[in-house]
Design a protein around this ligand. Structure first.
Ligand SMILES: Nc1ncnc2c1ncn2[C@@H]1O[C@H](COP(=O)(O)OP(=O)(O)O)[C@@H](O)[C@H]1O
Ligand SMILES: [Mg+2]
Length: 240
């Protein structure tokens, strides 16, 4: 479904993503984990076409989309919910959701189905998103991406800044997408949740993938080493 090969993404001279390759099959739920600054958002944005790449390839449903615009990728069924939600604060929930249909794509998602998936949003339908709680804003951002009927949904840190209860609600909604067969790639800071929620996790460290196919069976020490880097792991554990 989604394949990345030897991808390099740079900010000036700085190589934020270095030689990353990965494959995600149709219906896979994959989480991308790694410390702050590991390059997760950069990788997701490059996959979605929101950032130019330096070298390597991205292919989606057997098509090379390396140089395809982000809106053309949405049209092909690849949608990103960016870190920080990026809603239009002065627009209502409904208006923000309708923005998700700017790129026309057929499918089952409608405004009413978004409200059925996120019932807390119903009473906020005509409220400006700038006045919503963090959880309501996140639901709107996910809903906006779903309005484009994605085959593959990419979510960057959906739980950032939300209370544990709200995080559970947001994940319950994402969970319902699994049944629809939507392929999901998500970044999640909560390691245990990431591993529990997905079929496998991929760990990045300093721009590179250091552990692929990470599951609940993976040795804890191996995960810690991958997450923090070999040299730093003892120090990091001690400071927690
Ligand atoms: N717009 C930018 N300009 C320059 N450097 C950036 C920019 N965005 C991110 N970086 C750097 O790239 C690295 C990876 O960042 P990011 O992809 O946001 O990591 P993560 O999402 O894993 O926290 C970090 O060192 C970060 O400081
Ligand atoms: Mg990030």
């Amino acid at each position: 479904m989604l394949s990345v090969s030897n991808l390099d993404v740079r900010y000036g001279q700085f190589r934020a993503v270095q030689g990353v390759s990965m494959n995600i099959d149709q219906g896979d739920i994959v989480s991308l984990i790694g410390a702050n600054g590991a390059g997760k958002s950069t990788l997701l944005r490059a996959i979605a076409g929101a950032l130019p790449i330096h070298s390597g390839r991205v292919s989606f449903k057997q098509h090379d989309v390396t140089t395809t615009s982000s809106s053309a990728r949405v049209k092909q069924g690849l949608s990103l919910v960016p870190e920080g939600r990026r809603l239009f604060a002065d627009m209502t929930v409904e208006e923000n959701l309708l923005l998700g249909t700017t790129v026309k794509r057929s499918g089952d998602w409608s405004i009413e189905r978004i409200f059925a998936t996120f019932p807390n949003l119903v009473k906020r339908r005509h409220a400006k998103t700038g006045n919503l709680s963090g959880g309501e804003q996140q639901a709107t951002a996910i809903g906006r991406a779903l309005m484009s009927n994605p085959d593959c949904l990419i979510l960057d840190e959906v739980s950032l800044g939300l209370s544990p209860l709200v995080v559970d609600q947001v994940y319950a909604s994402i969970d319902s997408l699994k049944d629809a067969g939507t392929t999901i790639l998500l970044v999640e800071q909560d390691l245990e949740r990431a591993i529990r929620f997905s079929h496998r996790a991929i760990c990045m460290l300093e721009g590179k993938i250091v552990l692929d196919k990470l599951t609940s069976d993976t040795n804890k020490e191996e995960i810690t080493h991958a997450y923090f880097g070999l040299q730093q792991s003892k120090h990091q554990e001690a400071s927690q």
